[in-house]
Design a binder for this molecule. Structure first.
Ligand code: FAD
Length: 414
């Protein structure tokens, strides 16, 4: 097994590193470096601009749409260097990871020219309107409908679990546009403006007091006729592309978040003496091994993608990796709570401190529910076997599409 990257990838790595050193604030790479709240806000604004000018957000996109036209290998190396430097590499998750690549693949030229630059400059925030109260895993049962009225679609129905719905400017939404067609046909993928009278957003409060996702109600909401991506009634195929991006990104960098978090748990166990407990030691050894498995599976995914082994690389590894990391994370966060001991049973966080979950992002906390970093990560890990396709659904994908097992029996109407 040769784990080294080609020489040209290593040359490119140096270029990325040099760009980062030149553009990140002075002192960024020094231990203990911190920005105060004002400097952080300034940095975030300036950084998105610099990333856009440097072509780094979605750097594998062609030049004409704001990327750098990087090869897969170069894009992976760039992602690795940004991760190592702890430098943000995106404007808006839903925009540049999900809907942007979908527009690039399926959108009309007008849609690409209009939306892609706005996405890359972080000028519009997006949310994903797929799930409904009776359509989650069985997404094709969705009922929200869109009907043409002159130059506009008129949308009626409800979406749920819509992350960032309360800040989004646009929603990429699946609507039924032909009620007489079979379940997977007759669905269209629309880009609908959120800020209008026909849309009501109600945040859903979670166990930790945060409210990241929402219910979204549509009552005669309007969407321009031309904002259909990939053609009317072709939304299922377009949506599968989006879900592929959601389930299959960050092949060789995904494990680093868990590596950083593992270091925090290990340090805590050393500090409070739990490291002497044989069960904790065994749990830590198990966790470390699983992080290494993620690392190597990431490299296998990259190899499969570079060799264009679609079934193995994208479907099999994509589905197993999602299962593996999300189930790992729940297990290791149970261990983290054991390591915290009594501190894990009371809320020890300080909401006035802006702390990040290791390798991930902002800690979810509130004055009413002051969770510490590890507690916050423990709570969020419960959702990770659900969003982006549940573990059970990933197992169905592996069983049916990879192992070729018989399809699961469908319920028969009495
Ligand atoms: C944190 C978070 C953020 C989210 N953000 C968004 C978002 O931004 N936009 C959006 O559209 N959605 C979002 N979702 C919704 C998410 O996509 C759905 O929750 C998910 O698809 C599951 O659907 P459901 O909740 O309706 O559960 P159901 O589909 O009702 O499933 C319930 C249980 O039954 C199991 N099950 C269902 N069908 C099968 C089957 N065929 N075989 C075996 N087991 C099965 C499931 O695995 C699960 O355990 C988010 C969810 C979470 C938790």
């Amino acid at each position: 097994m040769d784990l080294s990257y080609p020489a040209e990838a290593e040359t490119f790595r140096k270029e990325v590193r040099a760009w980062l050193e030149e553009n990140l604030p002075d002192g960024w790479f020094e231990p203990g470096f911190k920005l105060d709240a004002d400097a952080k806000a300034r940095f975030q604004k300036e950084w998105t601009k610099k990333l856009f000018e440097g072509g780094w957000i979605c750097a594998s996109w062609p030049d004409e749409y704001g990327g750098k036209g990087l090869t897969t290998m170069e894009a992976v190396v760039a992602a690795e260097e940004f991760h190592k430097a702890n430098a943000p590499l995106r404007a808006d998750f839903f925009g540049d990871t999900l809907v942007g690549p979908t527009i690039l693949q399926w959108g009309s030229e007008e849609q690409k020219q209009h939306f892609l630059p706005l996405i890359l400059q972080g000028k519009i925030a997006w949310c994903q309107g797929f799930s409904e109260p009776d359509a989650g895993s069985d997404l094709a049962s969705l009922k929200t409908k869109a009907e043409l009225d002159g130059d506009e679609w008129v949308i009626n129905g409800q979406k749920i679990w819509t992350t960032q719905g309360f800040i989004a400017d646009y929603i990429f939404i699946l609507c039924r546009t032909d009620p007489d067609a079979s379940k997977h046909k007759g669905i269209s993928y629309l880009l609908c403006p959120m800020r209008q009278d026909g849309i009501e957003v109600r945040p859903i409060e979670q166990i930790d007091g945060s409210a990241e996702f929402c219910e979204v109600f549509f009552t005669n909401a309007r969407c321009p006729k031309d904002n259909v991506v990939g053609g009317v009634n072709n939304g299922w195929n377009v949506a599968m592309t989006t879900l592929g991006f959601e389930r299959g990104t960050s092949a060789t960098t995904g494990y680093r978040r868990f590596e950083k978090e593992f270091d925090v748990i290990l340090a805590k166990a050393k500090q409070n003496g739990k490291i002497a407990d044989p069960e904790v030691r065994q749990g830590l050894a198990d966790a470390w091994s699983r992080v290494q498995i993620m690392r190597f599976n990431g490299l296998r995914t990259l190899t499969a993608i570079l060799q264009n082994k679609k079934d193995f690389g994208i479907t099999a590894l994509g589905a197993t990796n999602k299962m593996f990391w999300s189930e790992y994370h729940q297990k290791v966060m149970n261990l983290a709570i054991d390591v915290l001991g009594m501190d894990g049973q009371v809320l020890t966080g300080d909401p006035s401190l802006e702390e990040a979950v290791p390798g991930y992002g902002a800690r979810r906390t509130s004055a009413r529910y002051p969770a510490s970093v590890l507690q916050s990560s423990f709570f969020f890990s419960r959702s990770e076997t659900i969003w982006g396709g549940t573990s059970q659904i990933q197992r169905n994908i592996v069983g049916e599409r990879v192992l070729g097992l018989p399809k699961e029996p469908k319920p028969v109407a009495p």
